[in-house]
Structure formats: structure tokens, C-alpha cells
Design a protein around this ligand. Structure first.
Ligand code: SF4
Length: 297
């Protein structure tokens, strides 16, 4: 073997072609957010302990779980969706039991209202479905919240639960959504150009219809990030935590970072936010509660 393989790739024998770099959206975006945070989350082993789950993440997971299980429930009514929120509520990260109960009721109402606008008879062809594709450089995989077939048109749906209002620009620029569409196209051998973000708190749907060129551009962007990751992983394999390609990227996100306890530069940005502070913060400087950080590849 030619040395220890990086975490995103398989090992190689001399003369073999360079293996594909395996990456999920969360891995690609973690690198863009902050190389030091990427190192903590994906390379350092044992992984530094991250802080306990925050309340806005609990809201996101509770909402996603209810919307997933709703399609297998009877009767498939909006009220059933609300009941699923109550039964599956995750109360981690809230200030106290009272705040958790207030938010459980709020999210129950939001999910019930959102499902009032969903056609229960039109069952998606994919629910939390794994999606993957390979290029010459990248082995991409991820999980799509919902994949609709609307009269022959395949549509990628991603649920959002943060407080920040969304615009069509969010759907147009989303790297994960474009990669999911590319994956669906490859897996189903059918064009998939439309992507949607469903903002559950308001019931707002924002969307974008990609062109062939814009999807290809997003795949090239992912390949470019993967190339940077490959180089960084290789440097880490040689130098470990002395590698210089994982600088801290200081930003308002440092005040939310799961790994700030291990990052003195990030601590200097400001005091850590309370674990429930993002519940009411519709700002750009709040982390996305719906990013799947559980996929460690
Ligand atoms: S605290 Fe800031 S600089 Fe440090 S790892 Fe987290 S995001 Fe990066």
C-alpha cells in the first residue's frame, strides 16, 4: 500500500489510478466553513468531543423525523403529522422543560400547517433516500429529504427549519441540492433539474430549475473542493496536527462551533452562545440546523 489512505479515499497500490475521493455534502461544506473545524470533525482521532446538541438542532431533527414518518402513517392527515412531532420530540439543548414544551407546541403547529399544503395521495418516490454518483474524481453520496415525481418531472425537496426566511437564490446556489439532482439523474437515468427548499416554519417553498450547464458547474465545484480535501488529508497523514493547511477561519460561527472548546483562536471571537439562542435568531450568522453532520465521510 502507498501509505495510509486519507479518510475520504481507499488505499492504493503503486501504479493504480488515484482513487475517487468520497464525500458527503456536510464534509464538503465543513471544509468551506473552516478548515480547522473540518480537521476536528473528520481527521483527528480520537475525535475531540463536541458540545451537546443545541435546541435548534433538536427542532430540526424532530421536524425531519415527523415529516419522514408521516408518509407511513394512517390517517395521513396534517393532524397526524402534529402528533408525530409530539411523540418524537427531542428536548435536548433547551433552557428548561418549559421552553422545550413551548417549542414542541410551536413546531407541532408549524408541521400541521405545512402538511395542510401537501397532497397526501401523492407519495414521493424517495423519502430520506440515499443518493450517490461518481465522476472521474469524486464519489459523492448524500441523503435526500424527499424526491417527488410530479407528472414525470423529478423534484428534489429539502426541508428547512431555521428561522431565516429563504429566497429562490438559496435554492439556486445550494451545492447539496444541485449534487442531489445530479445523483438522481444518474441513478434514475432521468433528467432532474428542479430543486426546492421547503421552509417548514412558514410553509414557504423556494425553488430553482437548473440547466445542464449549471448542474455541471456545481459538480465541477464539488470536484474542486474534493481536490483541496485530498491534498489536505494527505498533508495531515504526514504531519498530523502540525499540518498548516487547517487554519482557523474566524467568523461569527465560532460562537456556535461544536469544537470551540479545542480552539483558542475561535474562543477569542466572543463568548459562546447559549444552546437555545438560535431558536429566535433569523440571522445569516446562525449555523444551518438541517445540515446532516452525522454523515462522517
Ligand atoms: S471555533 Fe471557529 S476557528 Fe475554531 S474550529 Fe470552530 S469555526 Fe473554526
Amino acid at each position: 500500500m502507498s501509505g495510509a489512505p486519507g479518510p475520504g479515499e481507499q488505499g492504493t497500490f503503486p501504479g493504480m489510478p488515484t482513487p475517487l475521493y468520497a464525500a458527503s455534502p456536510s464534509r464538503l461544506l465543513a471544509w468551506l466553513d473552516c478548515p480547522r473545524r473540518y480537521r476536528f470533525a473528520y481527521l483527528d482521532r480520537p475525535r475531540p468531543p463536541s458540545r451537546p446538541q443545541r435546541a435548534h438542532t433538536s427542532v430540526g431533527v424532530s421536524t425531519h423525523n415527523a415529516l419522514r414518518d408521516w408518509w407511513d402513517s394512517t390517517p395521513r392527515t396534517p393532524q397526524t403529522g402534529g402528533r408525530l412531532v409530539r411523540e418524537g420530540w427531542i428536548g435536548l439543548g433547551f433552557r428548561d422543560e418549559r421552553q422545550s414544551e413551548v417549542w414542541r407546541e410551536r413546531v407541532r403547529e408549524e408541521v400541521t400547517a405545512y402538511l395542510g399544503g401537501v397532497d397526501a395521495s401523492r407519495v414521493p418516490i424517495g423519502i430520506e433516500r440515499t443518493a450517490a454518483f461518481k465522476t472521474e474524481k469524486l464519489a459523492f453520496f448524500g441523503r435526500i429529504d424527499r424526491l417527488d415525481d410530479r407528472g414525470g418531472e423529478l423534484v428534489v425537496v429539502d426541508y428547512k427549519t431555521g428561522r431565516r426566511p429563504l429566497t429562490d437564490e438559496d435554492a439556486r446556489t445550494s451545492l447539496p441540492l444541485a449534487l442531489y439532482a445530479a445523483a438522481v439523474w444518474k441513478m434514475f437515468r432521468r433528467r432532474c433539474m428542479r430543486v426546492e427548499l421547503h421552509h417548514v416554519p412558514t410553509g414557504t417553498v423556494v425553488s430553482h430549475t437548473h440547466s445542464d450547464d449549471s448542474l455541471v458547474a456545481k459538480v465541477r465545484e464539488a470536484e474542486s473542493i474534493a481536490a483541496d480535501l485530498r491534498r489536505a488529508d494527505a498533508e495531515y497523514a504526514v504531519s498530523g496536527t502540525d499540518a498548516e493547511c487547517f487554519p482557523p477561519r474566524l467568523s461569527p460561527l465560532c460562537r456556535w462551533c461544536d469544537y470551540r472548546a479545542h480552539c483558542p483562536p475561535g474562543q477569542a471571537v466572543g463568548p459562546e452562545h447559549e444552546s437555545w439562542a438560535a431558536l429566535e435568531a433569523p440571522s445569516e450568522s446562525v449555523p444551518d440546523p438541517d445540515r446532516d453532520e452525522g454523515v462522517q465521510a
